[in-house]
Design a protein around this ligand. Sequence first.
Ligand code: SAH
Length: 258
Amino acid sequence: MSQTPAQAGTVYLVGAGPGDADLLTLRAAQLLLEADVLVYDALVSAAVLDRVTPTAERIYAGKERGNHAIAQEDINHLLVRLAKEGKRVVRLKGGDPYTFGRGGEEVETLAASGVPFEVVPGVTAAAGVAAYTGIPLTHRKHAQACVFVTGHLQDGTMNLDWPGLARRRQTVVIYMGLHGLPTVCAKLIEHGLPADWPAAIVQQGTTRNQRTVTGTLASLPKLADEAQLKAPTLIIVGETVTLQSKLSWFEHQAWLGN
Ligand code: SAH
């Protein structure tokens, strides 16, 4: 483990992982104990926040769907200001900071402002959900490739490379896709995947509230709607979804209250 203590005047962009605090990296856990200021997003779980030193000032930067407590540009400048005040700043983001986390934008501002920074990777939702739900992202029999995309709707549509996504022998993971789920499923069928192609949606992966709904491209939108899932949710499309019934382990434990 790196023993380098957190430095004054530095911003640490830290991945908080998908929820279970035991999935923090050793480096992340150390920095959470050494922070002067914590700037965190809505996705960071309560369990992870419990690992932050009680002496750190906490600033909530928001980012639930449609509710950005602080605009992205203001977050960027806030980080610069706090670092220039000589603070040890931990910028904590759900999952991995460089996977759909706008971490790149924040670090661009730090670099341009001459603020020293370090980036600590985290377990991205796809990896956490795959492990805890029992849906491998690749598998020699089923999928030789895996692609992560954002299903965030812009002006009610989704601008994705549908022919590239509607391929067999690959797993497609869709972040931010709950509201766009019917569109995703319809587009993948339209571009050539069978209506009975396996698909799953997982709520709050790696937490006690994890729930997995499996179905097909044709059936999943209705099943997800009926299940009234709560954010955050991740969609996984591909043949490895069929392994879930055999490989699931965590949800049984969660039900037992362990
Ligand atoms: N940087 C994050 C992703 C941020 S985008 C990461 O690497 O995981 C936010 C999206 O991530 C959510 O809309 C959801 O699709 C997904 N997500 C994050 N945590 C999740 C979790 N515990 N369970 C399911 N999906 C999750």
